[in-house]
Ligand binder design. Structure first.
Ligand code: NAD
Length: 377
């Protein structure tokens, strides 16, 4: 059983899919582990660290691999260098990327999308969305604090009292809850909103105030999978009125709202941005999915009437070492279920609910029901 970890080809991707710790564990499962030279360097892991953990380092690491572990979906060129039948595990970003999924199918690899894991107890240890979103929520507060020209906590000094900063978190899922906790630790006064009723208690348990349009639609807004639904036009209008009033008085706003498989909901209009005081800061963590904020500049910081809108891409990558260590642990837990530990060989159970939910391509075809080409569906 050969497992390979290539370096990420995207210039803006500093994360890596294995750490010395997970290499050691994979060797313990009976695998031969090979990495491409420099694969971990942007996450602070040297080739020698991997070698000390039992891996080999070679340019052609992927060619003979039975399993390839990646952060991002491999490009057509990359996948062309993999063995037919190889299992490829990554964050595949499958929505709206049909051509790329077809390319993986045609290359003959079996691709698993980690973001499609079912949110069941057994899969929590593999949950890459949670591990990465948690770090993004933390980093969003740090980025906002760095751009904000004021201190966050209340300070009573001989020269006078500095008031505490007001932070508003929109979307209280994994990223939002961590943003609330981080902003509270820094001494801010925190409010938060969401469309799922379950979020209310979680927000309040972190010491923040919950603000939302709590009508009949709100009571039904959570899907069986625990995610938000797309809200009606009427709800969106009521929500916009509430947000418009609240946002004027805020110093920092962090938006994290997502709906699986849909564009991110637009929560902050240009007028709302302009209603904020100069010097205020907005962080849009949904920027890669279209953004929650009008006027956000993907990959940069926009300034409108003195209000900064931060639109960094790949926010977990801004904490590459921590993000890689958690991501690698998630992948190791997934690899464990692909293996027969006694025989020390690959033994994929295609009827396992985790496997069924994540497998995108197999035997030359896109097989996932949500992504099968229409004619084959
Ligand atoms: P997500 O990333 O899909 O969305 C982020 C947040 O945005 C969610 O809380 C969502 O309700 C909110 N949102 C969507 N539309 C909105 C709108 N119009 N206005 C305001 N907010 C809006 O969500 P997530 O972080 O993945 O978390 C979703 C839920 O799943 C949470 O309750 C979380 O605790 C739960 N969860 C469960 C597991 C598990 O059981 N293994 C793992 C992770 C998360």
């Amino acid at each position: 059983m050969k497992i390979a970890i290539p370096g990420e080809v995207a210039a803006d991707e500093p994360r890596v899919a294995a750490t010395p710790d997970t290499v050691k564990k994979m060797v313990g499962l009976g695998a031969e582990v090979a990495l491409e030279p420099g694969a971990g360097v942007k996450s602070g892991v040297l080739d020698t660290d991997y070698q000390a953990a039992g891996a080999t380092v070679a340019k052609n690491a992927v060619e003979q691999a039975d399993v390839v572990l990646k952060v991002r979906r491999p490009t057509e060129v990359e996948v062309g260098t993999y063995k037919k039948g190889a299992l490829v595990v990554a964050i595949m970003d499958p929505y709206g990327n049909d051509a790329a999924l077809t390319a993986m199918a045609q290359a003959g690899v079996t691709a698993f999308a980690m973001e499609l894991l079912p949110r069941i107890t057994r899969a929590q240890v593999m949950d890459v969305l949670s591990s990465q979103a948690n770090l993004a929520g933390y980093r969003a507060v740090i980025d906002a604090a760095a751009e904000f020209g004021r201190a966050l906590p209340m300070m009573m000094t001989a020269a006078g009292t500095v008031p505490a900063t007001k932070v508003f978190i929109m979307g209280a899922g994994v990223a939002g809850l961590q943003a609330i906790a981080t902003a509270r630790r820094l001494g801010a006064i925190v409010t938060a909103t969401d469309v799922r009723p379950a979020a209310k208690e979680q927000v309040e348990s972190l010491g923040a105030k919950f603000i939302a349009v709590e009508d009949e639609e709100f009571k039904q807004a959570e899907t069986a999978g625990g995610y938000a639904k797309e809200m009606s036009k009427e709800y969106q209008a009521k929500q916009a009125d509430l947000v418009a009033e609240h946002i004027k008085k805020q110093d920092i706003v962090i938006t994290t709202a997502l709906i699986p498989g849909r564009p991110a909901p637009r929560l902050i209009s240009a007028d709302m941005v302009k209603s904020m005081r100069p010097g205020s800061v907005i962080v849009d963590l949904a920027v890669e999915r279209g953004g929650n904020v009008e006027l956000v500049k993907p990959g940069g910081v926009a300034e409108v009437n003195g209000v900064k809108i931060i639109g960094h891409l790949n926010v977990p990558g801004r904490l590459a070492a921590t993000a890689s260590s958690l991501y690698a642990k998630n992948l190791y837990a997934f690899v464990e279920i692909l293996v027969d530990k006694k025989a020390k060989t690959l033994a994929v159970n295609w009827t396992d609910e985790i496997i069924k939910a994540t497998v995108l391509t197999r035997d030359g075809a896109v097989v996932h029901p949500n992504f099968k080409p229409k004619s084959a569906a």
